[in-house]
Design a protein around this ligand. Structure first.
Ligand code: DGL
Length: 288
């Protein structure tokens, strides 16, 4: 994992791991990180005031990702996990150049899907921004030679999860409209190409039953974090009592607190934070 150019204070093992998503989806990655490296402290930023990123333009996403990365560095983060496929697809190269700490991004599990699919037809659910990104297109070109990928933008899904809706009738109908055509085409594998979507696993299972294997890359990200911490000598002391994550939100944080409590069983307060950026100069601006 490349280190960037600027020189800053050396980070120590007891510093936190920074994790960021446009909103609540990164909690699915945080769950895997806590299982893999339970001794690490985590500071999590949900940019919920500006979610969903999947409906934003490329410059806006890069602007927010960089601002939040820089903010996390100021909070003392020793590594940054960009727990958002959309932000990774759009801006990881740029942000990696600008930050002084190692960066880990997430991308849809096209490779494991291509390896596992028996019918050689796999569905991909991701945001429109991820699907049209050059990074995702390159990934498809690499692995889609003998496997057909049916790419479906998950319009409306992130918004539902941001409202803590993981199973309403409307949400199930929307999911059904995305998944049924994949089943009809013989897909036996579904790539969850957005970190919000693992929270829909029960609703997805109700529709697809055992006909599809779901591919979620959060465990792979957690293993990658462990490798990066080891490579850079940044592991926290083993056996240190695990802290609760420090949850931060650019919105009021009520839904972050609710989802963390109900789905992750983490009862922790949420700090409201203001992270200005070039495209959101006025702190409460919704400008895009
Ligand atoms: N969790 C983000 C991802 O993985 C959601 C993007 C969005 O806010 O639309 O892509």
């Amino acid at each position: 994992m490349p280190l960037a150019r600027a020189v800053v204070e050396p980070q120590t093992g007891c510093a936190p791991v920074g994790v960021f998503d446009s909103g609540l989806g990164g909690l699915s990655v945080l769950r895997a990180l806590r299982a893999q490296v339970p001794d690490e402290s985590i500071i999590y930023v949900a940019d919920s005031l500006y979610a969903p990123y999947g409906e934003r333009d490329d410059d806006f996403i890069a602007d927010r990702t960089l601002a939040i990365g820089q903010w996390l560095v100021k909070q003392g983060a020793k590594v940054l996990v960009v727990a958002c496929n959309t932000a990774t697809a759009q801006s990881i190269a740029l942000v990696r150049e600008q930050l002084s700490i190692p960066l880990i991004g997430v991308e849809p599990g096209i490779k494991p899907a291509a390896v596992q699919s028996k019918t050689r037809v796999a569905g991909v659910l991701a945001t429109q921004v991820t699907l049209r990104s050059a990074r995702f297109q390159a990934l498809l070109e690499r692995y889609a030679a003998d496997c057909r990928f049916l790419c479906q933008p998950g319009h409306g899904l992130v918004q539902a999860i941001e409202r803590c809706d993981v199973g309403s009738a409307e949400l199930r109908a929307l999911l059904d409209s995305y998944l049924q055509p994949m089943l009809d085409a013989g897909a036996d594998t579904l790539v969850l190409g957005c970190t919000h979507y693992p929270f829909l696993d029960a609703a997805i299972r109700d529709i697809v039953g055992e006909r599809m294997t779901l591919i979620d890359t959060s465990v792979a990200i957690a293993r990658q974090l462990e490798r990066v911490l080891d490579q850079h000598g940044l592991r926290s002391e083993p056996g240190r009592p695990a802290d609760l994550p420090r949850f931060c939100s650019t919105s009021d944080g009520a839904h972050l607190q609710q989802l963390a409590a109900t789905l992750l069983h983490i009862e922790a307060p949420v700090e409201r934070v203001v992270i200005p950026s070039r495209r959101t100069v006025a702190p409460d601006s919704q400008a895009a």
